[in-house]
Write a protein that binds this ligand. Sequence first.
Ligand code: MG
Length: 401
Amino acid sequence: MASLTCLPILITLSLNVMSQTPKNIAILGSTGSIGRNSLSVIHNLLNRFCVTYLSTNTNIELLQSQIAQFKPRGVVVLDEAKAAALRIIVGDSVEVLTGRDGLLEIVRRDDVDIVVNSLVGFAGLKPTIEAIKHRKNIALANKETLVIAGQLVTSLAKEYGVSLLPIDSEHSAILQCLAGEQWSRIAKIILTASGGPFLNMPKEEFASITVEKALNHPNWKMGNKITIDCATLMNKGLEVIEAHWLFDLPMERIDVVIHPQSIIHSMVEFIDGSIKAQLGLPDMKIPIQYALTYPDRVQLSGGRIDFPKLHTLTFLTPDREKFRCLQLAYDAIALGGTAPTIMNAANEVAVQAFLERKIAFHRIPELIEQALAKQINHLSPDLDHTFQSDHKTREYVRTLL
Ligand code: MG
């Protein structure tokens, strides 16, 4: 029998729509780009949401102003010295926790209904798992969680009956296109990609790419790691894997098309040939708010598309030879096991090394390819294998720098 539900993992349909009492939110990574945008969304929806916890790695200056504005019960500062400094400033007015354990501690607490996970990279995995096990719904910006342990995380979400709602604009677009549709009627998903700042640069010139040029994204303002991932197209590779797990579709039914204007945020093609697309100006507040109010929509001020001013929307096939990282993501899923974990770890180390000016831009895919060739792939991985693969790959890639 055809499946009547359109979204295999998004079991509980509503995070908030039926409820009169405000939902308590913990934001992991509140001083980053997604965290700041989340707070700006919540600021306009204080009848629906209450911020109970915030977290930062080191940015206690911004965290202090967030504390003053949103009055959370507790905060986590990853850096212990910064946490101690903050305790002196805030006194007893707010609980200050520290370290990775602090993040795990807050997602377990009863005064959290929704966890916004906007941590960067592998660090997002453990808090996601802990939150699911404590039956917290998750608004997920940390796509690496699904790249590294998609199988495990999605089956845990099903087991515990929690919602895993994407904040990523492409996946939010797909979720919006699927409203009212049946999962079994999907032919394929088409993820759009801006193509990043080097779309039209010949590959021979890639060696001359500087950190400044790579951080200059044409359409979106984001954190450094994701901006470099956009420039290599690894971000789209990570998103293809994210879509594979989130929407339970094989990789051959997930296409990527370059769309430099970033107006169409992604599309779904159905079995009758119809295609639905979600459009909007590039503003992360839209997907963040949709994840928090899903399946409801609420007023959000901001710019609106003026179609005559757009003139043209263009589309291109991605060059997977020039942007090798995109192909590596498809390869990693085909290899299975911990290959995506290895790919992700190698990418995180390589991107960091590029940002620290230790390697050239074109070395990023080379290092990932070497790691995929040399590291042991655990074919039926449990969480320990995942951590092992991540750890060993990081060590290995550092020896190549
Ligand atoms: Mg995205």
